[in-house]
Design a protein around this ligand. Structure first.
Ligand code: PLP
Length: 345
């Protein structure tokens, strides 16, 4: 077997959920959209449900349907995109809770599924999803008359605690939700860390559960070990990979490992990235190919069977930094080709 081995630690996932839950005195949901941030929605959600999570969020109704299949009838499943045309059967039959984003969605929902639960998403300044203050003011009475289960909004700059946008959105959200008598939710991972006034009745962490920033104290959830297919000795002056971007300056031992940008290991991270053999860092040599990466293992003194790209030594956010992106993108890019193993839970 030559595929990389992606090990996903369900105990670390649960520990991260509990640690974020312990930072608030309200309820903590779990966001498992995009296949549980690339780690497997069903496995993530079942482990979290077993640990006590009762409320889940997904991006689209189709994900909600898959999640209902994984979780069974108990837990609440909220859909950020709300009630889109064609969603009524899924929402109705599977008991999904759409976060209604507009007057159009509200009308669609109450016409198609009268009496079926829903939530309201408000826009407090991000200008992405949700009703704006004027629209909300116009429909507020009618919407509240239908007994929404939740009112939520989302912060644009919560990963930057000093950003004035946080307080501005908090004020806007408070103003739009005075005396609604409905449970409120504003914060994802970043908002939880901003402090108690951002917590309201329910928080919605995603990335922190999976070990990513801005939750600095998160336990790492993923480990990625990639098998070495072959090693070779280069004379000074020989080159490695497409475009000859690596030239051996000395006698160099190159290990070729079995993963590449087809597995979410972006080409751009090559020059700054290392792979570990036990505790020894071995730099990427030459360009990352679709299925293969050359690694300079000269310093090792032995021939490794596999090399570790992700783990305690080099985490998701280190790779993100090397690629000029964020941990979210590294996780959700991890491809379907890995041999995925779930431990703990
Ligand atoms: C993705 C998302 C979350 C989770 O955000 P994290 O930063 O991953 O914790 C919460 N709420 C909404 C509306 C989202 O889109």
């Amino acid at each position: 077997m030559s595929t990389g081995k992606l090990t996903i630690d369900l105990d670390a996932l649960v520990a991260n959920w509990r640690a974020l839950d312990a930072r608030t005195s309200c309820e903590t949901a779990a966001v498992v959209k995009a296949d549980g941030y690339g780690l497997g929605m069903a496995r993530m959600a079942r482990a979290l449900a077993k640990a006590g999570a009762r409320q889940f969020f997904v991006a689209v109704a189709e994900e909600g349907a898959a999640l209902r299949d994984a979780l069974g009838p108990g837990p609440a499943i909220h859909v950020f995109s709300g009630h889109m045309a064609g969603d009524a059967d899924m929402i109705g039959d599977l008991g999904l809770i759409p976060m209604i984003n507009s007057l159009d969605q509200l009308i669609r929902h109450v016409e198609a599924l009268p009496g079926h639960g829903f939530g309201i998403q408000l826009d407090s300044g991000m200008n992405r999803l949700g009703m704006e203050p004027a629209e909300w003011a116009a429909v507020r009475e009618v919407a509240l008359g239908q007994s929404p289960a939740l009112i939520m909004s989302h912060l644009a700059c919560a990963d930057t605690p000093d950003h004035p946008m946080n307080a501005a959105q908090l004020a806007a959200f408070r103003e739009m939700t005075v005396e609604t008598g409905v449970p409120l939710s504003l914060s994802a991972t970043g908002g939880i860390l901003l402090g108690e006034e951002y917590h309201f009745d329910l928080t919605r962490p995603g990335i922190g559960l999976y070990g990513g920033l801005p939750f600095k104290d998160a336990q790492p959830v993923v480990t990625l070990d990639i098998p070495v297919i072959q090693t070779r000795l280069l004379e000074p002056g020989e080159t490695v990979g497409y475009g000859n971007t690596f030239t051996a300056k000395r006698e160099t031992r190159i290990a070729t490992v079995s993963a590449g940008y087809g597995d979410g290991i972006h080409r751009i991270m090559g020059p700054k990235t290392v792979l570990y053999a036990e505790n020894t860092p071995c730099p990427v040599a030459g360009r990352i190919s679709m299925d293969l990466i050359g690694v300079d293992v000269t310093e090792l003194g032995f021939e490794p069977k596999s090399l570790r790209l992700l783990g305690a030594e080099q985490g998701v956010d280190d790779l993100a930094c090397n690629a000029g992106t964020i941990g979210y993108e590294i996780l959700t890019a991890l491809g379907p080709r890995y041999d995925r193993r779930y431990i703990g839970g």
